[in-house]
Design a protein around this ligand. Structure first.
Ligand SMILES: NC(=O)c1ccc[n+]([C@@H]2O[C@H](COP(=O)([O-])OP(=O)(O)OC[C@H]3O[C@@H](n4cnc5c(N)ncnc54)[C@H](O)[C@@H]3O)[C@@H](O)[C@H]2O)c1
Length: 339
């Protein structure tokens, strides 16, 4: 069992939605936590409480600068590498050149960590590594197992290819240098601190501003396994505790939810009935993406604790309590494809 109180950890991208929630969990476990973030999509407000209390150390800057990456890695036992040029479906499809900078970012972070003698690297990978051609039929009861990611690869955009290369690089680091490494394949994460470029928060935001018509990208039949943030964070820590050999493991629920079912639930919670407008020319991603999580159950004794409708309710309540209508209405269209 890892004694987190004994460890110095670095969370890259620690001001992000997932990163900052991971930071909270590591601080609760008593670790010495350093965050590096350039705040390109991360938010200072997500870590403000720690900065005020002096419970974490923050380095602000771009990790593609090798000198900064070296400084960030100094004295660290475990790196959780979450920094990425990343957004939701609109961003991943329409900003491939930006997402391609992740190849350099990941390579530099891994190299600096190795040189600094870091014991272990845990990488935030993604369901986007899975072959697109397998995920086309929304009527198929498909669960993606880790082993179907193999040549010939067919990952989701340059974002997905960069995550795949990150995983393969960490496997090589383990084989060649004996370094402890592991990758978490996150599937469509949602929850408090999420932002509007991801589907669940976008739906809630549209309801919050009482959009009418209520726009849905695609025909609403896309199947996803939205996974609640607390389950993702718990899984990430268990990956750090249990995997050393570069294995990539799915962190995702096996609940299958269609986009349109999520929309109806959000509208039910809001209590209004707008006209639903399907925009078929907007990005949808694969029609059927759901994880098989048997490997995580076997290796980590992990299984999601939050059912989608419960997590959605909590996220909905958080969003409505913490946002301001005018501000959301002003930025929503922009946020759907940006970061
Ligand atoms: N949200 C999801 O559904 C999901 C799914 C799969 C994987 N992931 C991965 O999880 C990680 C966290 O994602 P998230 O959704 O919490 O939000 P996010 O995309 O905002 O997180 C990225 C963080 O990295 C920071 N960052 C970006 N480039 C940087 C650089 N060059 N130097 C320093 N910091 C930099 C950003 O400011 C941000 O805080 C990312 O790696 C993302 O690819 C997220």
């Amino acid at each position: 069992m890892t004694d987190w109180e004994d460890r110095s950890v670095l969370v890259t991208g620690g001001a992000s939605f997932i990163g900052s929630t991971l930071v909270d969990a590591l601080v609760r476990r008593g670790s010495r936590v350093r965050v590096v973030d350039d705040f390109t999509s991360g938010r200072r407000a997500n870590i403000e409480h720690h900065l005020k209390d002096g419970t974490i150390d923050l380095i602000e800057g771009d990790l593609r600068d090798l000198h900064l990456a070296r400084r960030a890695s100094k004295g660290i036992d475990t790196v959780f590498h979450l920094a990425a040029d990343h957004g939701g479906r609109g961003y991943v499809d329409l900003h491939q050149a930006e997402c391609a900078t992740n190849f350099a970012l990941d390579g530099i972070v891994f190299k600096a960590a190795k040189e600094a003698g870091v014991e272990k690297i845990v990488f935030a990978s993604s369901g986007c590594v899975y072959p697109n051609h397998l995920q086309a039929d929304p009527n198929e009861t498909l669960y993606l197992t880790e082993d179907v990611v193999q040549p010939p690869y067919d990952s989701d955009n340059l974002y997905g290819y960069a995550k795949l290369m990150g995983e393969l690089t960490l496997r090589a680091y383990h084989l060649q240098y004996g370094m402890k490494t592991a990758s978490c394949r996150y599937f469509t994460v949602y929850g408090p601190r999420g932002i509007e470029n991801h589907a669940v928060i976008a739906m809630i935001a549209r309801a919050f501003v009482r959009a009418d018509p209520f726009v849905v990208w695609g025909n609403g039949q896309q199947v996803r396994n939205w996974t609640y943030i607390d389950d993702i964070v718990e899984g990430t820590i268990r990956v750090a505790e249990n995997i050393d050999d570069g294995t990539a493991v799915n962190l995702g629920t096996m609940e299958r939810v269609r986009v349109i079912d999520a929309v109806h639930e959000v509208l039910r919670l809001t209590g209004y009935s707008p006209k639903i407008e399907y925009q078929l020319d907007m990005p949808t991603g694969p029609m059927n993406r759901v994880a098989d999580n048997s490997l995580a159950r076997q290796l980590l004794n992990w299984e999601p604790q939050t059912m989608f409708m419960d997590g959605l309710r909590k996220t909905f309540d958080w969003y409505f309590q913490t946002h301001e209508r005018g501000a959301v209405a002003q930025t929503l269209e922009h946020m759907l494809t940006e970061r």
